[in-house]
Design a binder for this molecule. Structure first.
Ligand SMILES: Nc1nc2c(c(=O)[nH]1)N(C=O)[C@@H](CNc1ccc(C(=O)N[C@@H](CCC(=O)O)C(=O)O)cc1)CN2
Ligand SMILES: Nc1ncnc2c1ncn2[C@@H]1O[C@H](COP(=O)(O)OP(=O)(O)OP(=O)(O)O)[C@@H](O)[C@H]1O
Length: 187
């Protein structure tokens, strides 16, 4: 039987944690800068870019944010994820302790979503935290208009295979500090 998502989450959490723990502070800084250089060609002047506050050993998108003309962050409300125009100093601790926009800020519809993940395949299948927040958010955004979903990952989070569920929303690109994978080309 193929491994289920719960087992894979456990494995990729541990692989990601060990990978990051083995990086020197210089390697970590270089990875953030390299990631921004890889993502830069996908950012266009009018883009509203949804980023995230890196949780545990997720790759840090802060250097990508510096290139974004308009920035938004996710906020959990019940079962859904909304995106709000907000800057780092204004984020407050939210769901699972992750910094998020405070209530009362303008909700925006991002045209580019930087997506945190545990693992992703070159075809854009993604394994997340398992609560379905990004799957539901991307489904709603795609129903409303064009949006580019870019999964951000350490190289060790690229998986050859992941189980697919009917509700999984594919990533358009997966970016690591070393490569940009155009997922549509691998489907
Ligand atoms: N940085 C970041 N922000 C994000 C997400 C994310 O994955 N990463 N989300 C994506 O949905 C939303 C928050 N959803 C989350 C859902 C579950 C857990 C969670 O259960 N975390 C536990 C691990 C539990 C376990 O070990 O099974 C933890 O980190 O302790 C965290 C965030 C919105 N913001
Ligand atoms: N569009 C949707 N509508 C309703 N429920 C959904 C939708 N997308 C996902 N879900 C629900 O979310 C739950 C978690 O899905 P899954 O295990 O694929 O999460 P994940 O993609 O790893 O996590 P996440 O998206 O939070 O990072 C599933 O039980 C599924 O029923």
């Amino acid at each position: 039987m193929p491994p289920d998502k719960t087992l894979l989450r456990r494995q990729f959490r541990s692989v990601r944690r060990d990978h990051v723990a083995a990086l020197s502070p210089e390697d970590r800084a270089a990875a953030k800068i390299a990631l921004a250089a890889i993502v830069a060609p996908l950012l266009h002047p009018g883009a509203i870019v949804a980023s995230y506050a890196a949780h545990r050993s997720e790759i840090d998108p802060s250097h990508v944010e510096a290139l974004a003309p308009h920035l938004a962050f996710p906020r959990v409300t019940g079962d859904s994820l909304g995106f709000y125009r907000c800057a780092w100093p204004d984020l407050v601790p939210g769901f699972a302790g992750i910094p998020e926009p405070p209530s009362g800020l303008p909700q925006v519809i991002p045209t580019i979503v930087l997506v945190p993940l545990l693992a992703a395949t070159p075809a854009g299948l993604r394994l997340g935290q398992g609560a379905g927040y990004y799957d539901r958010a991307l489904a709603a955004l795609r129903a409303a208009g064009p949006v580019l979903a870019i999964g951000l990952a350490h190289e060790v989070q690229l998986a050859d295979w992941l189980p697919a569920d009917s509700w999984d929303q594919p990533l358009d690109f997966v970016a690591t500090p070393r490569r940009l994978v155009n997922c549509a080309r691998n489907r």
